[in-house]
Design a protein around this ligand. Structure first.
Ligand SMILES: [Ca+2]
Length: 277
């Protein structure tokens, strides 16, 4: 508690983001860096710093701070503690680990140990290129005297078209409460749309789980006892579509009521079980 109290006092005494004549900045509390230019930023304590479109020559995380980089351009990051999470941006020279840890969130990683160069893509599909302090080199170490410890976290490739699953089959009784369609998708997507009037256009309901009522079925041309093929279409973030088809039955099936009276309600039992599942 004493440490935190001293830290809190320090926050009061040190103006947040105070810079000297050389653009050197010390940050002690949580902040977001947008449009910032700085020669050197030191981050202390438990501050959480989010970097977006800043241009920073060097960042030195200390203590238990967290540095999140989403964009911008940074010359190099040299940790003396804390945690660095990299989600985007450009690290144009190198990152060096003197006791902290680095997490890189992207995909398609490739590491060239002879150059200490990590390449791949960020989660928004922009190219990733980070000059690490090389752990393994052919010949003398190229950059600095410590090793960089980097943990790679693979995120979904947003350029891969998603895969749709329409779920079902679905059953809706006349006059019953609306049912929710159970569509799902694997992968990143920008839109999910249904074709429920079976005209081939995915324009009747949107989202993975729309509610469907008897009135809607009537408007889409369903009549009791009719089973029709409906479809879910999902669109990827960067184009590409996938369609999944399933069946929707408007119950009761004609004659089912009579069959049930006769003890032959196989169809009715099946419908009820599906609807409740
Ligand atoms: Ca349609």
């Amino acid at each position: 508690m004493m440490k935190r109290s001293v830290l809190a006092l320090g926050v009061l005494l040190v103006v947040l983001g105070a810079s000297d004549a050389f653009g050197n900045t010390a940050i002690y509390t949580d902040t977001t860096l947008q449009g910032t230019w700085a020669a050197l930023i030191d981050i202390y304590g438990t501050a959480i710093v989010d970097v977006y479109n800043a241009y920073i020559n060097s960042i030195y995380p200390h203590d238990d701070c967290i540095l999140n980089v989403y964009g911008g351009e940074i010359g190099h990051i040299n940790t003396f503690g804390g945690t660095v999470n990299l989600y985007g941006g450009t690290i144009s020279r190198n990152i060096v680990d003197n006791g902290g840890g680095y997490n890189v969130y992207g995909y398609g990683f490739n590491y060239d140990p002879s150059m200490g160069l990590l390449t791949g893509f960020w989660g928004d599909a922009t190219p990733l290129s980070i000059q690490l302090n090389p752990r393994i080199v052919d010949g003398p170490p190229i950059y600095a005297n410590t090793w960089s410890v980097v943990t790679l976290h693979t995120v979904p490739d947003p350029t891969i078209p998603p895969v749709a699953d329409a779920g079902g089959p679905y059953f809706l009784d006349i006059g019953d409460p609306p049912i929710m369609l159970g569509g799902s998708v694997v992968g990143e997507y920008s839109q999910a749309a249904w074709d429920l009037d079976t005209d081939g256009l995915f324009d009747d309901a949107f989202g993975l789980n729309p509610l469907i009522s008897s009135d809607m079925l009537n408007s889409w041309g369903f009549s009791p006892g009719m089973t029709r093929d409906i479809g879910l279409q999902v669109t990827g973030l960067y184009g590409g579509v996938d369609v999944s088809m399933t069946e929707l039955t408007y119950t009761p099936v004609p004659g089912a009521f009579l069959l049930s009276i006769l003890g032959l309600s196989v169809v009715g039992v099946k419908l009820r079980r599906h609807r409740d599942s």
